[in-house]
Design a protein around this ligand. Structure first.
Ligand code: GFP
Length: 809
């Protein structure tokens, strides 16, 4: 039985009334959301159960994607889309006189991630399910999300993100699948009579990890995979051991917040505790599942692929070893062989600050048995590699050095695959950052350029554009995104280009309405919308963008009659709470916005909107409205980027340095359809090597830039005495670490080219269309197929002939 609008209305009413015991007409959109989410959960629950059963019955190989972050975004509409009932349900809701959009907006957008890393994990979950690959997510159920960002006098203020206040309908608590995690205490090894050494523990603190499962619904294929997030609790039978409130607090803290402030020892310890907590819980549940199948241990790597997303879950390696050695009694050689064959690792950044390392004594105290295993892995690595590669190279690759445990080294040594996230990034890993390892293990290294799910970022975020593409090239591209290239055939078709431009205008109006309501800023939707949305970090160079705006401002002040292409600059960015410099840049941009937006000389020529609390939902509003996508990191620093792909997919033209996946975007669209500027990675390397760069010299030869920088410290921009000085000094006194000044002139020149092009609307629209039509290869479906084939060795599952029943039958 297919779901018709009438059946839906009847069923939905039933669910609503049983849940709220009141009349739907008098209810709030939050209540309606709760009922609708429950309806969907019920509707898809059979598929969830059956998918799981199918994986068990067929003993298929399963992937476990371990990630400290997941940023799923709101799930209601995406689940409806993937279930193939979006239109039916929307029509039903509308016929009932309810506001579908308001219901959708009532859902909390969980901020269980920080930026690209977490969002990538969620795009991957969507693609894994949509390709019917047996795959599971494994992470932490944070009680509070990242933080809610507010601006007070232009300063970022962090408020708790109590996302679970009204409960979370999608999740299912599975107390019967809880596992115990052991921390602290002492451990020693004792012969067990069978000539095996077994660990004996004393004084440990045992904490319960309780899983909360959320269904990951595949696109129109009846597959529902599992995202398992763990929550820390006091084990009921051990209540007696948690006498003081401090001890109890410690347990709650483990899964309380994402990225606790780790600028102090306590914060670091908590972070390490979180990492062991969710990796141990995940590995234990994998082992339990595997053992149920009663297969020999040698089958483990044929049935299980464990993916370590960044180094946060790298403790998977010693934890899997621990269980295989201590609990299952395998020899070291067998356990090591299984571990290496099962585990793969993705590196997401070359920034030194993100290369995790933990003091030896911290690991020793917190997880003593794990420390012993890491030490043994390290020793065996040394013993094995010295004869092959000599002492020097070997010692540069050890896991333990200078009193620290290096997590990337552990992840590389203990896995069979190491991948970067864009070609340039992988090359840099091979040639520079991880070169020593590349010499040792050349075949482990591979590239998997990131991808994004077209379902959320086009089908849902830009329904009108989706319809336009459907009417022109049919619907095949939805499951075979490469087919998007057919859209290119319309790049000279006037009617299509006009429709494309109308859709963009409508999306811009939608954002303008938001800006007006939320910030009382009046935007001209015909202006060029220039967008930079990403974590705030010096290497991503939001500052370069701001200096360009300041340059425009000064031009207008010099000549208020000057003809300038009107632009709306949109920023969305959170700064890590302890990253003071990033927060100072936020304050600077907000102060600049305050000045520019209220200066009558400026009018519509410049408007700046820095949205508060940027996250997935705001991205869905902003991206379809963008004309320009700012991807302006210093070459070599941005591993890949993914907002660049989302913006391109929605027809924005990229303003790009040759960094990360920008290079691949350029290769796909051609140099005529992207604005390139700035130094290349090789040029940056040369500059670094030669050590000749002097920002002061750049300034001396550039009066315009000099004048712009003066504005940071001469009161032109009110209320940034401290921030302006700090930023100025970072650029001038401390020699501009990210070459903002060096790249400035070519950046401004590229922006001028964009202004000129924007005057020629048909040509601009043509380039926008070419961008859309070229973005198919960035579908996460392709990325995941490559992971599945080349790293995880799981084949796409043929579900077409599997008869799944729809959940409501
Ligand atoms: C990080 C990297 C990005 C990369 C993502 C996903 O994201 O270049 O695209 O991981 O691989 F920096 P952020 O946390 O910086 O957004």
């Amino acid at each position: 039985m297919t779901l018709t609008t009438n059946i839906f209305k009847k069923e939905f009413k039933k669910v609503f009334e049983s849940q709220h015991a009141s009349n739907i007409k008098d209810s709030s959109s939050e209540q309606q959301y709760a009922a609708l989410a429950n309806f969907i959960k019920f509707y898809s629950s059979d598929n969830w159960k059956q998918t799981n059963q199918l994986y068990i019955d067929e003993q298929v190989k399963q992937v476990y994607y371990f990630s400290m972050e997941f940023l799923p975004g709101r799930m209601l509409k995406s689940n409806l889309l993937n279930l193939g009932i979006l239109d039916t349900v929307r029509d039903g809701i509308t016929e009932m006189g309810l506001d579908f959009d308001a219901i959708v907006q009532s859902e909390v957008d969980p901020a269980l991630g920080n930026g690209g890393l977490g969002r990538l994990a969620s795009c991957f979950m969507d693609s894994i399910a949509s390709l019917a690959i047996p795959g599971n997510g494994n992470g932490i159920r944070y009680r509070y999300g990242l933080f809610q960002q507010r601006f007070v006098d232009g300063y970022q203020v962090e408020l708790p993100d109590n996302w679970l206040r009204n409960g979370n309908i999608w999740e299912v608590r599975k107390e019967n699948k809880a596992v115990m995690i052991r921390f602290g205490g002492e451990v020693y090894l004792k012969e067990d009579g069978e000539n095996k050494l077994r660990p004996i523990y004393s004084n440990t603190q045992n904490i319960l990890a309780v899983p909360y499962d959320t269904g990951m619904i595949g696109y129109e294929n009846d597959v529902v995979n599992n995202l398992r997030l763990w929550s820390a609790e006091i084990p009921p039978e051990e209540e007696i051991n948690f006498k003081t409130s401090a001890e109890r607090v410690l347990v709650n803290q483990i899964t309380e917040v994402l990225y606790p402030d780790d600028s102090n020892y306590e914060g670091q310890l908590l972070r390490l505790r979180q990492e062991y907590f969710f990796t141990s819980a995940g590995i234990q549940s994998i082992i339990r599942f595997f053992k149920k199948q009663q297969l020999p241990w040698s089958e483990f790597p044929n049935k299980i692929a464990i993916h370590v997303n960044d180094t946060h879950p790298a403790l998977c390696i010693p934890e899997l070893m621990r269980i295989l050695l201590d609990e299952e009694g395998l020899s070291w050689e067998k356990a090591w062989d299984i571990t290496k064959k099962s585990i793969s690792y993705t590196n997401h950044t070359i920034m030194q600050e993100a290369m995790e390392k933990w003091p030896v004594h911290m690991v020793q105290e917190l997880i003593p048995r794990i420390y012993q295993i890491i030490e043994a892995i390290n020793q065996r690595h040394i013993d094995k590699k010295i004869p092959l590669y000599g002492e020097e190279l070997t010692y540069r690759t050890t896991i333990i050095s200078d009193g620290n445990i290096k997590m990337a080294n552990l992840a590389i040594i203990g896995s069979h695959s190491v991948n970067g996230v864009a070609q340039l990034h992988t090359d840099i890993l091979k040639e520079e950052i991880l070169h020593d390892f590349y010499e040792m293990y050349p075949s482990k290294f591979n590239n998997k350029t990131n991808g994004i799910t077209q379902r959320r970022w086009l089908h849902l975020a830009n329904e009108k554009l989706t319809q336009l593409i459907d009417t022109k090239i049919g619907k095949e591209w939805k499951t075979s995104p490469a087919e998007l290239r057919q859209f290119k055939a319309y790049s000279k078709d006037e009617e299509t280009l006009n429709l494309l431009s109308d859709i963009k205008l409508e999306n811009k109006k939608r954002f303008a309405a938001y800006a007006k309501e939320k910030y009382a800023i009046e935007l001209d939707p015909t202006a060029l919308f220039d967008v930079q949305i990403k974590r705030l970090h010096a290497y991503k160079r939001q500052l370069l963008n701001a200096l360009h705006i300041l340059d425009r401002y000064l031009k207008i002040k010099d000549d208020p009659k000057i003809e300038l292409q009107p632009r709306v600059f949109i920023f969305g960015a959170k700064a890590a709470p302890s990253y003071i410099y990033a927060k100072q840049i936020i304050k600077f941009i907000n102060a600049l916005a305050e000045l520019v937006n209220n200066d009558p000389d400026v009018g519509n020529k410049i408007k700046i909107v820095f949205v508060e609390n940027y996250g997935v939902s705001l991205a869905e509003l902003i991206i379809p409205a963008a004309d320009i996508s700012e991807q302006i990191s210093l070459a070599g620093k941005e591993a890949s980027g993914t907002s660049n792909m989302k913006l391109m997919l929605n027809g924005a033209l990229t303003m790009a340095t040759l960094d990360g996946a920008n290079i691949e975007i350029k290769d796909l669209v051609g140099e005529d359809n992207i604005f390139l500027f700035g130094m290349t990675n090789d040029e940056v390397n040369r500059m670094n090597r030669e050590g000749h760069y002097s920002s002061k010299t750049v300034l001396k030869n550039n009066p315009r830039l000099n004048r712009i920088l003066e504005c940071l410290i001469n009161g032109t921009i009110p209320d940034i005495e401290v921030e302006g000085r700090v930023i100025y000094d970072s650029l001038v006194q401390y020699n501009d670490e990210y070459y903002v000044l060096q790249d400035f002139e070519s950046f401004v020149a590229a922006q001028e080219r964009a202004d000129i092009l924007y005057q020629d609307k048909p040509l601009w629209n043509q380039k926008a269309l070419i961008n859309i039509a070229s973005s198919g290869p960035f579908s996460a479906d392709f990325t995941i197929m490559r992971y599945a084939e080349e790293i995880w060795n799981v084949k796409e599952r043929p579900t077409k002939d599997k008869v799944f029943l729809k959940g409501n039958q």
